[in-house]
Design a binder for this molecule. Structure first.
Ligand SMILES: [Zn+2]
Length: 217
């Protein structure tokens, strides 16, 4: 049996996860009763979770309904600027503070990810894991919190840039450069490698969006 208090606490996490894994995509309408049924949670915690997500700008109002928010072109570029700097900072701090064990985890993750390179969805999750590990290796909890916020907003992007052709292999190479610099304790190089990586991801995303516009016309 599920602890009812536990499931109430989880309504927010459940909806967030569904947005994150694109069960609900930007523009999709979220209906309280449907969510309650899908997650087996009563309507009150669902309503509270929806309010919280709206406050956090992950949901937006369209008349009386709540829809999953989407990012416009300028918000996308604003998000990538913040992401590049914060991820770069995390890499710089990781180069200073990462323990040998944390570096080993990064190495092990990279080895596992090689097998996923042709599976965009799995690669996208693996990429998330890899970056989270660098955030943690920064040993700065405020930074980890800020990066969680940035990554939550990334959920509002309709596609993953890793899905683009060849991006999986490039991603692995770029990750290798980041870990090498962290391992060497070279903060500047780690910062730069991670900035470059995020910049490449942004370029890929812009190309994807341009193609989507083309296809829609
Ligand atoms: Zn990456």
């Amino acid at each position: 049996m599920q602890d009812p208090r536990g499931s109430q606490k989880d309504a927010y996490a459940l909806i967030l996860e569904a947005i994150d894994s694109h069960v609900y995509k930007p523009g999709d309408r979220l209906v309280e009763s449907e969510l309650a049924e899908r997650f087996g949670v009563s309507r009150t915690p669902i309503r509270e979770a929806l309010q919280r997500l709206e406050t956090q700008s992950l949901l937006t109002r369209d008349g009386r309904s709540l829809i999953v928010a989407s990012l416009d072109h300028s918000q996308l570029s604003e998000l990538y600027v913040v992401r590049g700097e914060l991820e770069g900072l995390a890499a710089r701090l990781a180069a200073r503070h990462a323990t040998p064990e944390e570096i080993k985890v990064l190495r092990d993750l990279m080895k596992e990810d090689e097998k996923l390179v042709d599976d965009p969805k799995a690669m996208s999750r693996a990429n998330r894991r890899f970056h989270k590990q660098i955030h943690l290796a920064s040993h700065n909890r405020f930074l980890v919190q800020q990066l969680d916020l940035v990554h939550r907003s990334m959920a509002l992007l309709a596609t993953t840039s890793i899905a683009a052709e060849g991006r999986g292999h490039e991603t692995l190479q770029e990750h290798e450069a980041i870990v090498k610099a962290i391992e060497a304790g070279d903060g500047d190089a780690a910062y730069q490698a991670l900035r470059d990586h995020i910049s490449e991801a942004y370029v890929t995303r812009l190309k994807l969006d341009a193609r989507a516009v083309e296809a829609a016309e």
